[in-house]
Design a protein around this ligand. Structure first.
Ligand code: PMP
Length: 370
């Protein structure tokens, strides 16, 4: 390989590829269900689908908008979001999913570093699979701090991991794939101890599913600390995973850097307008969210009754810490036309799906223990 190729590989290291959730394998006589990507089992609400149709087909003689570039700043969406979040529209930066928004943050704030050692990005592990990929792609070093025995962030250990090369700390709340949310008290204490030149990202991809009143509210932390960035997405609660729209909220000295590195036109007009329409039909959307939360409560209770030790979850998924039985459980689910997300040797994450899907998951879980 050429020196350029060698250099590229040295920079990104040997990362496992992002293992996207797989579709279920067909089993005769059983409806297949995908419970492997934390998607919303509900299709987008009708008002959203109508808006997308209008952009594709054009309305009242107006042409389809597909031949035009989108607004690079997604102004309409940011202005729609601002009063919902009670933040200035200027503090919102959109991206292709919250992953796009996260990528802007890491690209702007962490990289190969100025000396001989790379910048460092600290996050809990296990957490969202994309974190090491985004950090290392930027040339930074990923510093993974193991979760506690009860599958939560170990914030004291994360503080201990800070060095003079730390540029960004990622907090995932609720944590994907394990489920617990961070509390206001623990994050306030943490932020008081993190040097203010380090960026703290609060990834709230699943925030709409939280019901614990003690859970941290990222936007409150952003209001109090100029080094906090909140990440949100339309992929989960709004059911728009395929359209790729997410955003960050942070202060202007940060947003100016994020806008500079943002991939131009990352959010299509389809995605922007779908998100706008989803906000216009928020009651319906939150009704779907509540159904998913009700299912989570039901499923967790049934699992506990069957003797499973399930960590507390505030998200739209549950974590089964199966250790070396992980692969066996995933196979048992697959045999019943369910795809779940297995993390080899650690556990299985199961997304809350349709009632029938959840019932079938419970059958698999009960049979597995007996
Ligand atoms: N953050 C977390 C914690 C996630 O679990 C996910 C999706 N799995 C994302 C961010 C990215 O989602 P998206 O890019 O679709 O907004």
């Amino acid at each position: 390989p050429s020196p350029a190729v060698v250099r590229a590989h040295a920079k990104v290291g040997k990362l496992p590829p992002y293992a996207a959730g797989k579709p279920p394998v067909a089993v005769p006589g059983l409806a297949p269900y995908k419970l492997s990507s934390n998607e919303n089992p509900f299709a987008p609400v009708p008002g959203v689908v109508e808006r997308v149709h209008e952009i594709v087909a054009g309305v009242e003689g107006a042409p389809s908008l597909l031949c035009r570039y989108p607004d690079p700043l997604a102004t309409e969406l940011r202005e729609k979001l601002a009063p919902h979040l009670d933040v200035p529209a200027e503090d919102i930066v959109t991206g292709a999913g919250s992953l796009g928004a996260l990528s802007q943050i890491i690209t702007a704030f962490a990289g190969e570093g100025e000396g001989t050692e790379p910048d460092e990005v600290i996050f809990a592990w296990r957490s969202f699979e994309a974190y090491p990929i985004v950090a290392r792609s930027a040339g930074a070093k990923d510093v993974m701090v193991p979760l506690t025995a009860d599958h939560r962030h170990d914030l004291p250990a994360m503080l201990d991991a800070i060095t003079d090369r730390t540029r960004v700390i990622l907090l995932c709340t609720p944590n994907n794939p394990t489920g617990p949310a961070l509390t206001t008290a623990e994050v306030e204490d943490f932020l008081a101890k993190v040097p203010s030149h380090i960026l703290v990202v609060i990834d709230e991809a699943y925030v709409e599913f939280i019901r614990d009143e003690d859970a941290v509210k990222g936007l409150e932390m952003y209001r109090k600390h100029r080094n906090v960035v909140v990440l949100r997405t339309f992929s989960k609660a709004h059911g728009l995973a395929n359209l790729r729209v997410g955003y960050s909220v942070s202060h202007p000295e940060i947003t100016s850097a994020l806008r500079t590195v943002a991939v131009p036109f990352a959010v299509s007009t389809l995605a922007e307008q779908a998100a706008v329409a989803s906000l216009e039909h928020l009651d319906e959307v939150l009704g779907h969210v509540q159904t998913v939360v009700d299912e989570r409560v039901r499923v967790v209770a049934a699992l506990q009754e069957a003797g499973w030790d399930v960590p507390e979850t505030q998200a739209n998924f549950v974590w089964l810490p199966l250790g070396d039985q992980t692969a066996a459980f995933a196979e048992a689910a697959q045999a019943r036309a369910l795809s779940v997300r297995a993390f080899a040797g650690e556990g299985v994450r199961v997304t809350m799906g349709e009632v029938e899907a959840n019932d079938r998951f419970l059958e698999v879980a009960r049979a597995f223990r007996s």
